[in-house]
Design a protein around this ligand. Structure first.
Ligand code: PMP
Ligand code: GLN
Length: 388
């Protein structure tokens, strides 16, 4: 009765851990969302649009003013020239953009290369589109792929590769050399790259996000996906962007028109206003988050945790084994939320097979007091749960 892909599929780990956090009154460093409600001027722009603007269907590909603002933003920040009329489709979040890309571009039996750890939406959506997943396993501490790993999964049946950089949950950014390597395989095997770049604005230590679409050979074969929810730290704002050469964008729009057709006009107007008028945010936001990353890192290290390097995203990871904890990540997270009052995400949830089971993800996009209180509790957890 139920499609086999969705039959018995559990509720996402994010929803589950947030539920446990509420139930146990825990500090929620699990699901990735900031404490802060997001930039007020951008919210005010959306509020004005809600009261004074149209609340009827906007154009299917998105408000022209938003598509122009998206093109302007990526021109300024990533040296990417996009035609707002033919190369940008506004979606209801990156989630819908992913669904549109998989629906429009995968035919039954097509092979799709994916990297584990993978964002939990990918696999069910790829499978539902009829794709045959080919998984590459990345491992800590650097979570990088090699030529040998790509040789093992790419073939002439490879229709698509899905790349998430900066990578949730690992918090690493794909180095330029690895982008060039992946591009070489995409060109050789005539493969489309779907690039989930929702974390592109959240990179630290002076890094700059380099999109795969700007690597030679990739302009015509890449679908770049962005998320206003992540750009402005308002994760409930489900406004996403699909960006691709005109022929690909046309196919993506064809799928989008029957998934949601369009996205609330007031939020689109707010995002357009923010991209045009609230530009300082893109310099200030990562600096503030980097400070939070450093605060949580220092606190955890002082409590005896081994923290892996976070180059971007809202997340850092701790290595349980190296921290003297013999529990697996799921057990640690369950005990942590119930007994010690901190919710975290077990990284094994991002694996379909052969999981890394000793890494736990923590969200640092929180107020100092929240991070400090969480550190205190996590310090107690480490002492209590440490192997004798
Ligand atoms: N991809 C990744 C890697 C994410 O981390 C998220 C959300 N955190 C999404 C996609 C979904 O983005 P949106 O909320 O815009 O649908
Ligand atoms: N992407 C967010 C995270 O990684 C969660 C999104 C969701 O809850 N579906 O925490």
């Amino acid at each position: 009765m139920v499609h086999p892909v969705f039959d018995n599929l559990p509720t996402t780990i994010f929803e589950r851990m947030s539920g446990l956090a509420r139930q146990h009154g825990a500090i929620n460093l699990g699901q990735g969302f900031p404490d802060d409600q997001g930039p007020l001027p951008v919210r005010e722009a959306a509020a004005r649009a809600l009261i004074e603007g149209s609340n009827q269907y906007p154009p299917m590909r998105g408000l022209p003013e938003l598509r122009a603002a998206v093109a302007g933003h990526y021109g300024r920040t990533q040296d990417l020239q996009l035609d707002p009329d033919t190369e940008i489709v506004i979606t209801s979040g990156a989630t819908e953009a992913l669904a549109a890309a998989f629906t429009a571009l995968i035919s039954p039996g097509d092979e799709v290369v994916l990297f584990q750890p993978l964002y939990d939406a990918y696999l069910p959506l790829v499978r539902r589109a009829g794709g045959a997943p080919k998984l590459v396993r990345l491992a800590p501490p650097d979570w990088r792929f090699t030529r040998e790993m790509l040789e093992a999964v790419f073939s002439d049946k490879t229709r698509m590769v899905v790349l998430n950089s900066p990578l949730n949950p690992a918090g690493v950014v794909t180095p330029d050399a690895d982008l060039a390597l992946l591009a070489e395989f995409c060109v050789r095997h005539d493969t489309i790259a779907v690039c989930d770049e929702v974390w592109e604005a959240v990179v630290f230590d002076g890094r700059r996000h380099r999109p795969l679409i700007t690597v030679p050979g990739m302009r015509e074969r890449t679908v770049k996906i962005g998320s206003a929810g992540k750009l402005f730290g308002m994760t409930g704002w489900k406004v996403g962007f699909l960006m691709a050469a005109p022929a690909l964008a046309k196919a993506l729009a064809a799928a989008h028109q029957f998934l949601t057709f369009t996205t609330p006009p007031n939020l689109q107007a707010g995002v357009a206003w923010g991209l045009e008028n609230h530009r300082a945010w893109f310099d200030e936001m990562p600096v503030e988050l980097q400070r939070s990353r450093d605060r949580l890192t220092a606190g955890l290290r002082a409590a005896g945790y081994v923290v892996l390097e976070s180059q971007g995203t809202y997340f850092l990871n701790v290595d349980l084994t190296a921290s003297g904890l013999a529990l697996d990540d799921v057990t640690f997270c369950e005990r942590c939320v119930v007994e010690f009052g901190v919710a975290a995400i077990p990284v094994s949830a991002f694996f379909a097979q052969d999981a890394v089971r000793n890494v736990v993800r923590l969200c640092f996009a929180k107020k100092d007091e929240t991070l400090d209180a969480a550190v205190e509790r996590l310090a107690r957890a480490r002492v209590a749960l440490a192997a004798p």
